[in-house]
Design a protein around this ligand. Structure first.
Ligand SMILES: Cc1cc2nc3c(=O)[nH]c(=O)nc-3n(C[C@H](O)[C@H](O)[C@H](O)COP(=O)(O)OP(=O)(O)OC[C@H]3O[C@@H](n4cnc5c(N)ncnc54)[C@H](O)[C@@H]3O)c2cc1C
Length: 430
């Protein structure tokens, strides 16, 4: 929701409204408390915006190396020409000009926890009172023998960070020979956006059915099952002959040897855990995930694959002035989604405000309110709620839209999903 000036005055008073609706980052007093944020993706940008909405005077600096951010939610639809990458791309103009955030186009490289400074690649040292870190995930390429970052940048794109690789993947599968085969290797949990590999397969199938109807998509999975599986299988049966000899989509779970263990780029083939070699025209390996590089370089991972956090307020276990949010954290049982990253951001902003003002932050209730699609006429929704209880994060409730073949309701959920994507993007970046 985009708040009007009147809404802001109602919520936070006149001074907050002035600060939130158009003030230069230079207008803030150098002696004001300083929040520094590493990473201008969903988690980091949401922290910047919502911190400003809670407090009109705090200085906020966002460190991010890229001028633009390509939104992942909705990026699978670039593959079937429903949206363009340009439509998925946002800038930091609003965050800078409406919310008075100092956006530093640079890469953070180190933290000095004693001096409370962040070092950047260009050699700046930026002092903070509080630091929020949201660098997203990185990938473990060597979990599949023969795969590498270089191959992903070339003819084997994972496209799991929306951007040029998304366009490359689209070009590859749309340009393959008649009757060609696409292999999608789905990773083990945890990874960002659990339904997205199956949404991707569905959108590709939709395009192929029209332009290359004898083509096949083979999903080789490192898991024995997946979220929304009954929904996808129902839709695939109806649209793509799933489960028959002429199926356009085939899924092989981990229990049937679906896990991909190696890639041979020269023969364009993958080998599965049960020793089968499968040749394909296009190979899309979604890699195993781990915490972002910055989290490893700064010791925030404490020797683990993900960043341990205090489950109440997302403070790092390394230093109490550092908060870590988003995909890079170990926040079980939360899944890794943009919606949760933004909810964590809003809560952390509240915790920081409470510390500034000496007040009690209250208790968090996080929600994961997400959408997925199987096609232009089949959408799905899920709502998870989480609370802090007994020293840990607890899943309170999960509500999924039911599997049914009521075309009206299923199509309506596509409209809901599209609206969700638009409003969520605006909620973070406008
Ligand atoms: C295909 C796909 C579909 C998806 N669909 C959905 C969906 O429908 N709903 C949903 O909720 N989620 C979805 N997601 C997941 C969602 O995109 C992520 O969960 C979300 O982006 C996580 O936010 P984040 O802040 O942790 O990381 P990101 O959004 O990835 O942001 C990380 C940022 O940190 C920056 N950064 C990294 N290192 C540094 C450094 N050293 N210094 C400065 N900056 C740095 C990066 O440049 C990047 O801008 C999807 C993901 C994919 C791949």
């Amino acid at each position: 929701m985009l708040l009007t000036r009147r809404d802001l005055i109602k919520l936070f008073g006149a001074s907050a409204a002035t600060a939130a609706l158009g003030v230069s980052p230079k207008a803030f007093s150098a002696s004001a408390p300083h929040l520094v944020i590493v990473g201008g993706g969903v988690g980091g940008t949401a922290t910047a915006k919502y911190m400003r909405m809670l407090d009109p005077s705090i200085r906020i600096t966002l460190i991010e190396p890229n001028r633009e951010y390509v939104f992942c939610p909705g990026s699978n639809e670039v593959l079937n020409d429903e949206v363009t990458l340009a439509e998925q791309t946002v800038t930091y103009d609003s965050i800078r000009n409406r919310y008075g955030v100092n956006v530093v186009l640079d890469k953070a490289t180190a933290i000095d926890y004693d001096k409370k400074t962040v070092r950047t690649a260009k050699g700046e040292r930026i002092a903070y009172d509080w630091l929020v870190v949201s660098p997203g995930p990185d990938f473990v390429f060597d979990a599949v023998e023969g795969y590498s970052r270089e191959l992903a940048e070339g003819d084997f794109p994972h496209a799991w960070k929306a951007g040029p690789q998304t366009l490359k993947l689209k070009k590859l599968y749309q340009g393959m020979r008649t009757g060609g085969v696409v292999v999608i290797s789905a990773p083990p949990m945890p990874y960002r956006c659990p339904p997205a590999p199956y949404e991707r397969a569905s959108f590709m199938a939709e395009w192929l059915k029209e332009h290359n109807p004898t083509a096949k998509i083979l999903i080789l999975d490192s898991k024995p099952d997946f979220i929304f599986q009954p929904h996808y299988e129902t839709y695939w049966k109806e649209k793509f002959g799933y489960g028959t000899d002429n199926a356009m989509i085939e899924w092989v779970g981990e229990h049937n040897g679906g896990k991909v263990v190696s890639l041979d780029p020269n023969t364009r083939s993958v080998k599965t855990a049960d020793g089968e070699t499968i040749k394909a025209d296009v190979i899309n390996i979604i890699p195993v995930h781990k915490a972002g590089k910055f989290a490893f370089d700064t010791g925030l991972t404490m020797g683990k694959q993900w960043v341990p956090i205090n489950p109440f307020d997302f403070r790092s276990k390394v230093d109490k002035n550092v908060f870590v949010i988003g995909d890079t954290t170990e926040a079980d049982p939360m899944v890794k989604t943009g919606y949760l990253a933004s909810n964590q951001a809003k809560w952390v902003a509240q915790v920081i405000l409470a510390e500034m003002t000496g007040k009690d932050p209250g208790y968090p209730l996080w929600t994961n309110n997400c959408v997925a699609m199987a096609g232009e006429d089949f959408g799905m929704t899920i709502t998870d709620t989480f609370r802090y209880h007994d020293g840990k994060i607890e899943l309170q409730e999960t509500i999924q839209s039911p599997v049914n073949l009521n075309p009206h309701l299923n199509a309506e959920r596509v409209a809901i999903a599209r609206n969700w994507q638009r409003t969520f993007r605006r909620d973070i970046f406008e």
